[in-house]
Ligand binder design. Structure first.
Ligand SMILES: Nc1ncnc2c1ncn2[C@@H]1O[C@H](COP(=O)(O)OP(=O)(O)OP(=O)(O)O)[C@@H](O)[C@H]1O
Length: 437
């Protein structure tokens, strides 16, 4: 077990700004004499540029912690994981695993096991051998060399029935570990099968088993569940969490799925465009998102955002409604008098209400009844004042959650009130959260 610490980690990839150049080179090479420099040579002569994919990453994963990296596609999650694994080299900063600085260490010296979404099992080996393969190598590198008497006995008994054959100490250790892991993951019955004889979920369990069998200091998992169907994903999700708790192995888990992040992580690091926006336990991310980006990313359906005008001491106005905020906002908001702020409201923090200036008059565009919950997509019924401010809302549609027993239909008009103690505010330009305490 070990902690993983990233200090000011930076990663850039080389790129050539040859998007315009390439076609020209390609074209000229068609016309060029045979002995002209090749396209490849010409391309490498272009000035190299770099694109920075991760910037100023500081993250400390505690010993035994389950840390989830979450963020939209392309934000740099996999790259960060690959940097920890040593599959990519960092461009700046430090990576620590335990008390070792691993910047220059190759992957196999880092004592880390990685699980990918595509399982990466050896197709020609049985489940048993897939589990045993890495182990044999690990034990060999542990210098548990086979004594020569062992070797002799193995050779002499090779032709005998299986029960009578002699096995080496190392092979017995491997066998013990394989069977333990198979029991833990409930794949004992599958040990003699080939990967092609397994379902997706079973393959994923074998891939997990392979990582566990090596008993590494750290597990790195890159979207390991994304090839599974919804039901199996939920089951395997729970199983991974349970296993991780049992083993207590420090884990960094990458996903773009916020449900996975919220249900699995001790803490979650939310990433966007190569930077970490916030690191916090799941509920804290939900209750106290540090930025508008985090607020929108965590929670399903996402938080609604409305531009409102703030008037000290405690009132906000929107073309469609106005309301007075609880006292606790007075202090923090006094510097924003007469400014536009972004009001954030989660779908679950609206309530069906009565006509009043502090309530929102909306029309139902869509109803989604999901048994336990009913979600509405609603739009404002235009009431006339300051329509320009409404136009600055990215979308004029709000997502609202109402009790499932409430009968509503498309086209119906409703009044909604806000849970005043649940409001969020963000600075208009920077998107930074303003907290009332
Ligand atoms: N070898 C590479 N060379 C150049 N650019 C790269 C390389 N690997 C990744 N990138 C770029 O780095 C950015 C981050 O990629 P990364 O795979 O880490 O994102 P991600 O958050 O894991 O996305 P996804 O969820 O889609 O897998 C992307 O813009 C990607 O195009």
């Amino acid at each position: 077990m070990a902690q993983v610490v990233l200090e000011n980690v930076y990663k850039s990839f080389p790129t050539r700004h040859n998007e315009r150049v390439t076609p020209v080179v390609a074209q000229s090479s068609l016309l060029a004499p045979i002995d002209a420099p090749s396209v490849v040579e010409k391309e490498t002569q272009e000035p190299k540029q770099t694109v920075s994919v991760l910037r100023n990453i500081n993250l400390s994963v505690a010993d035994g912690e389950f840390m989830v990296l979450v963020g939209p596609s392309g934000c740099g999650k996999s790259t960060l994981l690959r940097l920890i694994a040593g599959l990519e080299k960092i461009s700046g900063g430090n990576v620590w695993v335990g008390d070792r600085l691993v910047n220059e260490l190759p992957p196999k010296a880092r004592d880390i096991a990685m699980v990918f979404q595509n399982y990466a099992l050896y197709p020609h080996m049985t489940v048993y051998d897939n589990l045993a393969f890495g182990l044999r190598r690990t034990l060999r590198s542990d210098k548990q060399r086979t004594p020569s008497l062992d070797n002799l006995l193995v050779r002499v008994t090779r032709g005998l029935p299986k029960q009578l054959r002699y096995t080496t100490a190392r092979e017995r250790a491997v066998d013990d570990r394989v069977r333990n892991v198979a029991q833990l993951l409930q794949i004992e019955a599958l040990l003699n099968r080939l990967p092609k004889q397994l379902s997706g979920g079973q393959k994923q369990r074998v891939a997990l088993g392979r990582a566990i069998a090596r008993n590494p200091q750290v597990f790195l998992m890159d979207e390991p569940l994304s090839n599974l169907d919804a039901k199996l994903r939920a089951e395997t999700r729970a199983q991974i969490v349970k296993l991780q708790r049992q083993l207590g192995t420090t884990t960094v888990y990458v996903t773009h799925d916020q449900t996975e992040a919220m249900t699995m992580g001790d803490r979650i690091a939310v990433m966007n465009q190569g930077q970490i926006q916030q690191v916090a336990p799941p509920l804290e991310l939900y209750n106290r998102p540090a930025t508008r980006f985090v607020a929108e990313f965590i929670g399903s359906p996402p938080m609604n955002f409305l531009p409102v005008q703030f008037h000290a001491p405690l009132s906000i106005t929107h073309p469609q409604f106005r309301c007075t905020l609880p006292d606790r906002w007075a202090n923090v908001l006094q510097n924003y008098d007469q400014q536009t702020l972004i009001l954030g409201i989660r779908p679950e923090h609206f309530h069906l209400s009565t006509p009043a200036p502090e309530n929102l008059l909306v029309q139902i565009d869509l109803v989604e009844a999901l048994g336990n919950d009913t979600y509405l997509a609603v739009s404002f019924v235009k009431q006339g004042i300051q329509p320009s401010l409404i136009a600055t809302t990215a979308t004029n549609t709000l997502q609202v959650r109402i009790p499932p027993d409430q009968k509503v239909s498309i086209g119906e008009q409703l009044w909604l009130s806000l849970s005043l103690d649940k409001l969020h505010f963000f600075e208009y330009e920077s998107g930074k959260a303003i907290w009332s305490d």
